[in-house]
Every structure is written in C-alpha cells, then in structure tokens.
Design a protein around this ligand. Structure first.
Ligand code: S3P
Length: 441
C-alpha cells in the first residue's frame, strides 16, 4: 500500500477539469454494447471501476475498442446478437455499480457467468438485486445467498415484474430495468424517493419507451417496455459532480481560494451536496448552465467561505448519497452543529462509511456523535490532524481526509492511495496544480 499525506495549504486557485462521471461512464459502455450500430464515448472516466465494466462486457462478447491514449472510446454494439458466457471468472474489483448493473444485464441472455470482487465488494449485499432478478427468471448460485462470488444463469425471455424498492438505490433500480430490456411487457419499478436517473435518461436517449412519474407521496414510478430497439448515439460524459465535490469543499475550507470546475453534471438527483453547502454559507455558483447528451451541466465556481452548521433534510439524502464523507469534512470547519440522518445506506458502501467517518473525525480531533443511521458533527474549531486514516478500500474516505489536511492544523495522511484510482485517477496532481501539497507519506 502506498500512503499519501496532505499538508496545510495557503490558498487554492485556478481551473481544474475533473474526470468523467462514473455512473454515466459505466452506463455508456453498457448501453453502447447493446445498441444497434457504433457508439463513441467522449470524456469516459478511465478509472478502475469503469475499466472493470469494459473488461467484463468484452469477456461476454462486446466489441469495445480501448483508445491508444486517453481519448474517444468506440463500441460496436451487439444489436440483436446476444452477450455470451465468459470463458473465465469475471473480476469486478471494487465496483458495486459494475456488479449490480451487469447482473441485470447479463441475466437477460442465455449465458452463465461467475462474478467476483475485492474484499470490499465481497462484503456488500447482493440480495437486494438477486431477489427481484430471481422473480424475473434469472437464477443465481451464491455461497450464502447474498454475497459474491456468485454465478448468474441467465435466460433470454424474462418475466416482467412490478417491484417496489425497499431502499432508495439507483443500482437496484437499474439492474431491474436492464433485465426488463429482455422481458416481454412492461417492467415497473417504484422507488420510495427519486434516485439518480441516468439509466432512464440514457435509455430514452437511445430510443427506449421508458416513463417516470412522480406520485403525490414523492415516490417515483418508472415503466419500461421490454425489447426496445436501441439505436447507437454518441455520448459525451460530463465531469463527475461527486468528484467535483472534493474540490468544492477544498476551496471552501482553504482561505483565499477561488476555483473553477468546468463542465460538471448538475443533474438535480446528483446535486444535493451543492444545495447543502450553499445552505451552510458556501459561495458556490453554477455558471453557464447548458445540456450535454441529455444531462444538465454547468461550470462550478467556488470561493473560500465561512461555513455554518445545518440540519440536512432527509429527503435530500439520495441526491448526495456519496458525498457524506466530504460533507462531514466541511462540517468540521463549520461554526456550530451539522446534523445528518437517514444514513443507513452508508453502512453498505465501499466500506461502512458512517463508522469510517466517525473514526476519522475522532482521529483528527473533531467532536462527533454517530447513531445507527445519524451523524452529528460539532464544528468551529480547526481540526488538529496529525494522524493517518485507514482508507479500507474506500476511495471517498481516502480523498475526504486528504481534503481535510489542506486546512487542518497539522497534515493528514491516508494509508492507501491506490483506492483513489477507482473513481478519480490523477486526484493528487490535480489538487497540487491548484496549490495543494499532497505527496508521498
Ligand atoms: C450508483 C448508485 C449509488 C452510488 C454509487 C453509484 C449508480 O449506489 O452510491 O456510487 O451509478 O447507480 P446505490 O444504488 O447503492 O445507492
């Protein structure tokens, strides 16, 4: 493991282009592989998680050309041809999105595939996907019914279902919809509160008949008509708002900072962190709002700000589900108390993120209380730092505490920087170009 340490910085200034959106990148490869014709993808996140999806699709017969250098990816879609059984076990590394979405996708073809992952992915619950997909006719063999490694035995004519998600999860929703592509009739998914809608937007962009209706109680009903003809279209992937959130918090808490992050997805179902940080007093503006491949995008401008603690509205949690580690860092510098609730899903991310945040805050000298699904951070005193945080195969924990190091009294280190490559290759270099001092521990 290679560690990294982040030293207090005097200011952050400049323009920084963060890598492509992880969720959209996975989906552009998957949908490109299915569509009739050739898809090009510009701005794909070439992070480890997305490369796992590319390799898995290739192992199942998709024709994906890796560009020689960073550039435009080209996919010759299968059209009516099927995905096929991979020759070997498919290793999906750290990537929950690859695992869950590909279970739904592969399940709609008459193939057999074994999926495995790293220690983090092997601990994550898969029953939430296995249950609905089994109802549709996909078969699974697992050692304990819920975890990887698992074997998928697909079928080419699945049964459409009507399914209410027990938890707000875009991965589970997407797995069902991807299986629904191969079910005759309407597959209907109801989500208790709306989650990221990239699957719906992108399938519609390619010609699928898919509708999404918000009910009076705030739930969302998505209906997909099976066996659509998907026609290849080119995708331009915007920058990832979850990655941009690290730079945003960095600029807010480091004095004399002014940072511009161009071309970021500001999809309302992803932008909860920006609303929250603004409510905390953050000077954040969305400049030049526009659309790219059906996604709302903007250039995000952030200047250092005096923050104050707030209560995060629970209804906003799904739209910032990956941003609680970095929000907790912002909260450490905010005057007063920040209260976060409805965080149960954080316990089943790349690590038990709620526990990891609480542990990291305690180590860096920040007062915080963790409940079963709540977190209270008492801010206002500059965190002490001067410690090493265990990344535990969780990229967002690693990056969040490096961000804290920019404005803590003493440097903050992490024990493993490799995990950052899953979603944000080049993170340290990009931060350093703005004025950060992140280097080998
Ligand atoms: C994702 C959905 C979210 C998120 C993950 C990416 C997706 O997971 O945490 O990083 O691309 O659909 P859940 O569906 O488990 O909330």
């Amino acid at each position: 493991m290679t560690g990294l340490v982040s030293k207090p910085a005097s200011s952050l200034k400049g323009t920084a282009r963060v890598p492509g959106d992880k969720s959209i990148s996975h989906r552009s490869l998957m949908f490109g592989a299915l569509a009739e014709g050739v898809t090009t993808v510009t701005g794909l996140l070439e992070g480890e998680d997305v490369l796992r999806t590319a390799a898995a699709l290739t192992a199942m017969g998709a024709a994906i050309e890796t560009p020689a250098a960073t550039g435009v990816w080209r996919i010759r879609g299968l059209g009516a041809a099927p995905l096929t059984s991979p020759r070997a076990t498919v290793y999906l590394g750290n990537s929950g999105t690859s695992a869950r979405l590909l279970m739904g996708l592969a399940g709609g073809y008459p193939l057999q595939a074994v999926f495995t992952g790293d220690d983090s992915l092997s601990r994550r619950p898969m029953g939430r996907v296995i249950k609905p997909l089994s109802q549709m006719g996909v078969r699974f063999e697992t050692s304990d019914g819920d975890r990887m490694p698992l074997k998928i035995i697909g079928a080419d004519n699945l049964t459409p279902i009507e399914y209410t998600l027990p938890v707000a999860s875009a991965q589970v929703k997407s797995a069902i919809l991807l299986a629904g592509l191969h079910a005759r009739g309407n597959t209907v998914v109801t989500e208790p509160s709306p989650t990221r809608d990239h699957t719906e937007r992108m399938l519609r962009f390619l010609g699928a008949d898919i509708t999404s209706v918000t009910q009076n109680d705030g739930s969302n009903v998505i209906t997909l008509k099976g066996f659509p003809k998907l026609v290849a279209r080119d995708f331009t992937v915007p920058s990832d708002p979850s990655s941009a959130a690290f730079l945003t918090v960095a600029a807010l808490i480091t004095k004399d900072s002014d940072v511009l992050i161009p071309n970021v997805s500001v999809n309302p179902l992803r932008a909860g962190i920006y609303e929250t940080l603004r409510e905390m007093g953050g000077d954040i503006t969305f400049e030049n709002p526009r659309e790219a491949s059906g996604e709302p995008v903007a250039d995000i401008r952030v200047r250092s700000s005096a923050l104050k603690g707030i209560t995060v509205p629970p209804a906003r949690v799904p739209s910032m589900i990956d941003e609680f580690p970095v929000l907790s860092v912002a909260a450490s510098f905010a005057e007063g108390k920040t209260y976060m609730s409805d965080l149960a899903e954080l316990r089943v991310k790349e690590s038990d993120r709620l526990a990891a945040i609480a542990r990291g805050l305690a180590q860096t000298g920040v007062k915080a209380e963790m409940g079963e699904d709540t977190l209270t951070v008492h801010g206002g005193q500059t965190p002490q730092g001067g410690c090493t945080i265990a990344a535990n195969l969780d990229h967002r924990i690693a990056m969040s505490f490096l961000i804290m190091g920019l404005a803590a009294k003493e440097p903050v280190a992490i024990d493993d920087s490799e995990t950052i490559g899953t979603s944000f290759p080049g993170f340290a270099g990009l931060m350093n170009a703005l004025g950060a001092g992140i280097g080998p521990a």
